[in-house]
Design a protein around this ligand. Sequence first.
Ligand code: PGA
Length: 251
Amino acid sequence: MIRSLIAGNWKMNGTTVMLSVVEEIVNGLKSRGDEADCLICPPATLLYALSDAATGTPLKSGGQDCHAELNGAHTGDIAAEMIADAGGQYVIVGHSERRADHGETSDDVRAKAEAAFRAGLTPIICIGETLEEREAGQALNIIAQQLAASLPDNDGDAGAVVAYEPVWAIGTGKVATTEQVDEVHTAIRKQLEERFGAKGAGMRILYGGSMKPENAGALLSLTDVNGGLIGGASLKAADFLAIYDAGISNL
Ligand code: PGA
């Protein structure tokens, strides 16, 4: 049985005003029990405050990206150790927005995931095809290549989390069909098992891309969907908690 992870990615949204949403989520989780892991990755400026507010509650916190190195002359970047120091337990790496906006390659992503392990964080390693790649019948090939190259060989003690996020479904309202998600997640699981054996069978694979309360139940009921990476809908406590409820109702 794989423990689900419902993860919110706030992207570049949120100032201290959004700490009230954290409070609502924390209160909501208190009345719900602890059947799945629940995580928010806020902008770096809010990480310490969010981690502080989440201390002693089931809510976990994480970063949205990290630099591969421990420290040094990298203006504007954040080391994985800094995320851990601010109370984070997870870090998203290789999000398609970082791959597109900052030219990050799968080699860069693997180095960042290794840095996450070094700092004791769990990396959430994102992979996913563009619309052109899907229409060209290349989705499974692209995903297999990204997965192979982005995941470190030494998978750390905690293990990595993989997030499948079709680029065309992110922030567009276009959610992948359950058939598409099922096909990709089954292929990812097979590749993880081939590479990591029994450990690969237990690794979490999240779906991300326009997940919301209305579609979360169907997506989270698929065998190899072990949670969600949620952007827009994680900015509202009620929607995020409704997705969490959809996740735990399938356990
Ligand atoms: P979305 O974003 O839920 O707003 O589509 C998901 C993500 O990019 O992680």
